[in-house]
Design a protein around this ligand. Structure first.
Ligand SMILES: NC(=O)c1ccc[n+]([C@@H]2O[C@H](COP(=O)([O-])OP(=O)(O)OC[C@H]3O[C@@H](n4cnc5c(N)ncnc54)[C@H](O)[C@@H]3O)[C@@H](O)[C@H]2O)c1
Length: 264
């Protein structure tokens, strides 16, 4: 007689909302969570490739009404979501306008508002809309994606090679500030929803390899005990874990996956 024992990491029958699911990591999460049995509702401003098991919702996470409409549509189709991975975020890309990468003293207010609006308020709105539905239903798991740059300061010496080339370049303040705000959003909600079975955790990630400048890579890699940036697929397992029953006693925590960057 064979006895089937379901894996505690299994996500069959779970609907998971992945914000930023059209991005580099969001795409990796979507594929991996689907492979673990979940159905995925992607929320992104950018176009989403739909397939069996993946529904795309073109919404801006700062638009609460659009999020509510998306929730209504996914509930009609699949029922209330069990999981929410808050991965949508804005950073100042390395080629953004010079004032965004200039000195702290003149960092533009409008850029600060925009990045805080998406990374903090947008994440909060997704927690209100999707997390609120999970709490009403009696269970779920939220993973807020943060960054080593929200846990420790960006190390401006990593960008010295740009200044040596004559550019004015400092890693700006807004992204770092916005990502650190997620730690207490997570703790607040873990406490607030603990009694209703919704677990809420922060997942702090190190940098992902994406064809960065070799001068940057050399400096960054020298700061990481594992000696390299992450591959985009190396965070999938921990996201699956946090959404699964294997993490049934994990809430309010900050899980750090950074190759050891913040251990030094
Ligand atoms: N890539 C890294 O090195 C790294 C390191 C640490 C943490 N992170 C975090 O991981 C998460 C995913 O990063 P990524 O590298 O995949 O970024 P990405 O830029 O490739 O993807 C982000 C996605 O979010 C979407 N988005 C942005 N603003 C939005 C809005 N207002 N409404 C809806 N969608 C919006 C974008 O369209 C994009 O598809 C982010 O939270 C990021 O801060 C990334």
């Amino acid at each position: 007689m064979s006895v089937s024992v379901a894996s505690p990491f299994d996500l069959h029958d779970r609907v998971v909302v992945v914000t930023g699911g059209a991005g580099q990591l969001g795409r990796a999460f979507t594929k991996a969570l689907m492979a673990a049995g979940a159905r995925i509702a992607v929320i992104d401003r950018a176009p989403v490739e739909e397939s069996e098991g993946v529904l795309g919702f073109a919404c801006d996470i700062t638009d609460r009404q659009a999020l509510e409409e998306a929730l209504g549509l996914m509930e009609d189709r699949w029922g209330t979501p069990f999981g929410l991975v808050n991965a949508a975020a804005l950073d100042s890309p390395p080629d953004s306008p010079p004032e965004e990468n200039g000195p702290f003293e003149t960092y533009p207010e409008a850029s600060f508002d925009k990045i805080m609006g998406v990374n903090v308020k947008g994440t909060l709105l997704c927690c209100q809309v999707f997390g609120g539905a999970m709490a009403a239903k009696g269970g779920g798991s939220i993973v807020n994606i943060a960054s080593i740059y929200g846990m420790v300061s960006p190390d401006q010496s990593l960008y010295q090679y740009r200044r040596d080339r004559g550019e004015v370049f400092f890693k700006p303040v807004a992204y770092a500030t916005s990502k650190s705000a997620l730690y207490n959003l997570t703790r607040y909600l873990a406490a607030y929803w603990g009694g209703r079975g919704v677990r809420v955790n922060t997942l702090t990630l190190g940098g992902v390899y994406n064809n960065q400048d070799p001068a940057f890579l050399e400096r960054y890699n020298a700061k990481v005990p594992l000696g390299r940036m992450a591959d985009a697929n190396e965070y999938n397992g921990v996201v699956q874990f946090l959404l699964s029953d294997a993490a049934s006693y994990v809430t309010g925590s900050n899980v750090v996956v950074d190759g050891g960057f913040t251990a030094l």
